[in-house]
Design a protein around this ligand. Structure first.
Ligand code: CDT
Length: 315
């Protein structure tokens, strides 16, 4: 039986600080409508979709920071998105800033959820690789304070068995900077993942290394394409992009096959839906041959990967 599902990546153009959640949700529902017309089973939305990318500002008032966080999901404001998706029978992923009480403590995470066609949240991922810095660095053109506003995610990278279009598939999630680290993908590869959905917000300009700026789009695709191939999985990367509060962010949202090839790619830096029909069995020939992990991996020789954090140079 065929295991082809139709997947959409719903790229979102810049969201300004003055835009409220209902305005953003209306844009998302418009893309979802296009997804319905294209027969999508599943749609991926970007990282921190519901607001502007607030870690670009240093804020001392926690109450102000918390205005960018969600205390419940769905909430009154996000319910219309859940309702539309359920009515149209479309699953989705959604990135947002999560504020929760856990272990008697207030916790804040950069989170992405996987919602099935019935509107039920069936998977949650909390971003592990938090880029940037924790203190104010006024020399930067803009801040990147993820290390200040979020804790490191505590759920590792789970893989969810989800039914999409009557077929059961193995879906994983990661968020933005995670896509640059091979470990993120391999933890899911070791659970047989068949499709990884990830959202990102990537400024064109990287203040500590401006010499990288001209390579942003190349590095974006380089890491996702190589990892798709090496783990024999589909990768769906979706951007929040374009101009946000004077900060230009890359687009390049794409759907990548387990062959490593891009099969659909956004051509704008604004709201844009891209769609691909994805055969979840396409990775099988790689999983059974060159990347037959059980047969060819040598984990005993990889110990340093988990025992050592930073590079230590030989004597
Ligand atoms: N959101 C996020 O993780 N962005 C980072 C910016 C780079 S900071 C060096 C990214 O990896 O795309």
């Amino acid at each position: 039986m065929s295991r082809v599902i139709t997947v959409g990546a719903a790229q979102i153009g810049g969201i300004q600080r003055s835009e409220n959640r209902p305005q953003v949700i209306a844009r998302m529902i418009e893309l979802l409508k296009q997804a319905r017309s294209n027969g999508c089973d599943l749609v991926a939305f970007p990282e921190l979709t519901l607001t502007t990318f607030f870690p670009r500002w240093y804020m001392e008032d926690q109450a102000e920071v918390d205005t960018f966080f969600e205390r419940e999901m769905p909430s009154n404001e996000t319910a219309p998105l859940f309702n539309a998706a359920r009515e149209w029978g479309i699953g989705f992923t959604l990135g947002f800033a999560e504020l929760t009480e856990e272990g008697g403590k207030t916790r804040r995470f950069n989170t992405q959820i996987l919602v099935d066609k019935s509107g039920k949240i069936i998977g949650k991922y909390r971003k592990i690789h938090l880029p940037g810095h924790a203190e104010h660095e006024p020399w930067r053109a803009f801040q990147h304070l993820e290390k200040r506003y979020f804790e490191v995610g505590n759920l590792s990278w789970g893989v969810n068995r989800a039914r999409v279009d009557l077929q059961s598939g193995l879906f994983g999630q990661m968020i933005c900077n995670d896509r640059r680290w091979p470990e993120s993908y391999r933890v899911m590869g070791l659970q047989g993942v068949e499709m990884i959905l990830l959202g990102y917000n990537t400024p064109v300009h990287n203040p500590p290394a401006p010499e990288h700026d001209r390579l942003g789009d190349f590095h974006n695709h380089l890491v996702m394409q190589s990892a798709a191939y090496q783990n024999a999985t589909w990768v769906v990367g979706v951007a929040k992009c374009g101009m946000e509060e004077g900060c230009e962010m890359i687009g390049g949202s794409c759907i990548i096959a387990p062959t490593g090839e891009i099969v659909a790619q956004a051509v704008t830096r604004g709201d844009e839906l891209i769609v691909a029909r994805c055969d979840l069995d396409l990775g099988q020939s790689y999983k059974n041959s060159v990347f037959n992990f059980a047969r060819h991996r040598e984990p005993e020789q990889y110990r340093m990967i988990v025992e050592r954090k930073g590079a230590v140079l030989p004597e």
